[in-house]
Design a protein around this ligand. Structure first.
Ligand code: AMP
Length: 281
């Protein structure tokens, strides 16, 4: 696996891949890699000839009181894992190259970002979209893979690609879960053993609501009430939001529940914020 640090190194490898006529897949990450990240790499290998991953803890997507400085950084372990799953190159940019002196241009979404996680994390998605746009420009992938774990992020990136005419295909990948259903996340390592056990209640509540939906319940209020009742059985989980939204646009009700929809949730346990979701159709 090649390790690339400078923008020049990325451009030069990209040119070589063009000459070799390779289909290029790109998976951006912030490192602290787990099996959820690796599932994206494995799927990328199936869909393209070469796979490039990036690891960059993007300062612009963290709020002033968020965990940027203590976000887990496990570079050596990460590169070993990427190598093992057959990634061809990893890009480890310096912040000064991504955000050079005088940096002043951002990508902003004016609609979908103003809901769900965007409410409690102002500016977060601007930071995400800006860094992903920059990485797309550098890497020029044919396809790029994102986890449905960050459902709103995935839909925002699809929207950016459509709105700005970027020539990359965005692929959403299924959520990888722990055996008890907790969605894998780099932040799960913040949880104490007790919190870790309590956190699995999120997925239990999500699946209970999905089965109510599968049994034919159509009223959004009743589905949400059932989800909240189920989650309330674990008082350690402080619900930030639970919403049912149209699956492609993430628009909220009123909409026909025969349209594909998704139940999205954010909850805090202690100081750790967890997100998860389940498609209801
Ligand atoms: P992050 O390092 O948190 O920025 O995540 C990098 C990519 O991995 C994003 O597209 C995430 O949605 C995806 N990802 C993170 N956790 C999971 C998971 N449990 N299952 C599937 N994809 C995931």
């Amino acid at each position: 696996m090649q390790t690339l640090i400078t923008l020049e190194e990325v451009r030069s490898l990209r040119q070589q891949w063009t000459k070799e006529n390779h289909k290029v897949a790109f998976v951006p990450t912030m490192g602290a890699l787990h099996d959820g990240h690796l599932s994206l790499m494995l799927q990328a290998r199936k869909l393209a000839d070469v796979v490039i991953a990036s690891i960059f803890v993007n300062p612009k997507q963290f709020g002033p009181s968020e965990d940027f400085s203590k976000y887990p950084r496990t570079l050596q372990d990460d590169t070993t894992k990427l190598n093992r799953v057959g990634v061809d190159a990893v890009f480890l940019p310096n912040a000064a190259d991504i955000y050079p002196e005088g940096f002043q241009t951002m990508v902003t979404n004016r609609e979908m970002a103003n809901a769900l996680c965007g409410l409690s994390r102002p500016g977060h998605f601007d930071g995400v979209l800006t860094v992903v746009a920059k990485l797309f420009n550098l890497v020029q992938p044919h396809i790029s893979l994102f986890g449905k774990k960050d459902y709103q992020q995935w839909r925002l990136i699809e929207t950016m690609v459509r709105d700005l005419g970027m020539s990359v295909e965005v692929v959403g990948c299924d959520i990888t879960r722990e055996p008890d259903g907790l969605a894998m996340s780099s932040r799960n390592r913040y949880l104490t053993p007790e919190q870790r056990e309590q956190a699995s209640a999120i997925y239990r509540a999500l699946t209970a609501t999905k089965s109510l939906r599968t049994q034919g319940e159509k009223a959004i209020e009743r589905l949400l009430a059932q989800f909240k009742n189920e989650l309330a059985k674990t008082p350690a989980l402080q619900l930030e939001y639970a919403e049912i939204r149209e699956k492609f646009t993430l628009r909220g009700p009123p909409f026909q529940l025969d349209k594909p929809s998704v139940l999205l949730v954010a909850a805090k346990i202690g100081a750790t914020r967890l997100i998860d979701n389940i498609e209801l159709d």
